[in-house]
Design a protein around this ligand. Structure first.
Ligand code: PGA
Length: 254
């Protein structure tokens, strides 16, 4: 059966109290109207809200994820958070390589590769984000950019099984813009990502979950999620509204 993952990227929103309220609201909706069994759900609050949000998910189907980690497991890195710390808090996922971190924090593909290795070593599943800017799309460089991000970000990363990696295609021009990629644009890139992962990892790449991210909402989710290589979404703005977020989870397979 086709598997899906709907992950909420809360970005730099919610203090611990607000996060607990939002997580509780989502957990209640998921238990009142559960999505199908083949749909996983994850919430990725800021570091400071992981504990309070996580506490509300104990009885729920939703899993916890973080938005970044350091590439070392411990040490003199003031202000940083290591992957084993996130695992100890109950995180299953960690978002890595998000375009906002590439842009505002200068993260390179090789920095991200080290983080992916650290996350996997700690037992976390990275949600590795790739995507082109508007200029790159207009210059018809989309697939070249995606190929480079995949090859460099996953260079010498062993994959014991497909469930240990999630890739999110997030066109930079679609993030927070209200203008999502069309279902056809998303499918074209997802099929390319699937083929690239196939070249790297062989047959198991067929079960790696490929998420679409960038202005996904309840209205455009059904068309995007109906495409054969779209296995879910990484949802920013729309994940801060419990009803909308859960409606997107319910659109999987519909
Ligand atoms: P958006 O963000 O849904 O608000 O466009 C998606 C993301 O940045 O992960």
């Amino acid at each position: 059966m086709r598997q899906y993952l709907i992950a909420g990227n809360w970005k730099m929103n919610t203090d611990p109290v607000e996060a607990a309220e939002l997580a509780a609201e989502i957990a209640a909706l998921l238990s009142a109207r559960p999505p199908d069994d083949n749909v996983s759900v994850a919430l990725c609050p800021p570091f400071t809200s992981l504990v309070s949000a996580g506490a509300k998910l104990k009885e729920s189907k939703a899993l916890l994820g973080a938005q970044n980690c350091h590439h070392e497991a411990a040490g003199a890195f003031t202000g940083e958070i290591a992957a084993p710390m996130l695992a100890a808090l109950g995180c299953t996922y960690v978002i890595l390589g998000h375009s906002e971190r590439r842009r505002y924090c200068g993260e390179s593909d090789s920095d991200i590769r080290q983080k992916i290795a650290a996350a996997m070593a700690a037992g976390l599943t990275p949600i590795y984000c790739v995507g082109e800017t508007l200029e790159e799309r207009q210059a018809e460089q989309t697939l070249t950019v995606i190929e480079r991000q995949l090859r460099r970000g996953l260079d010498s990363i062993a994959l014991p099984d497909a469930s240990r990696l999630v890739v999110a295609y997030e066109p930079v021009w679609a993030i927070g813009s209200g203008l999502a990629a069309s279902a056809e644009q998303a499918q074209e890139v997802h099929a390319f990502i699937r083929a690239e992962l196939g070249a790297m990892y062989g047959e198991k790449s067929e079960s790696i979950l490929l998420l679409y991210g960038g202005s996904m909402k309840a209205s455009n989710a059904p068309a995007l999620l109906a495409k054969p290589d779209v296995n879910g979404g990484l949802i920013g703005g729309a994940s801060l509204d419990a009803n909308t977020f859960v409606a997107i989870a319910q659109a999987c397979g519909s």
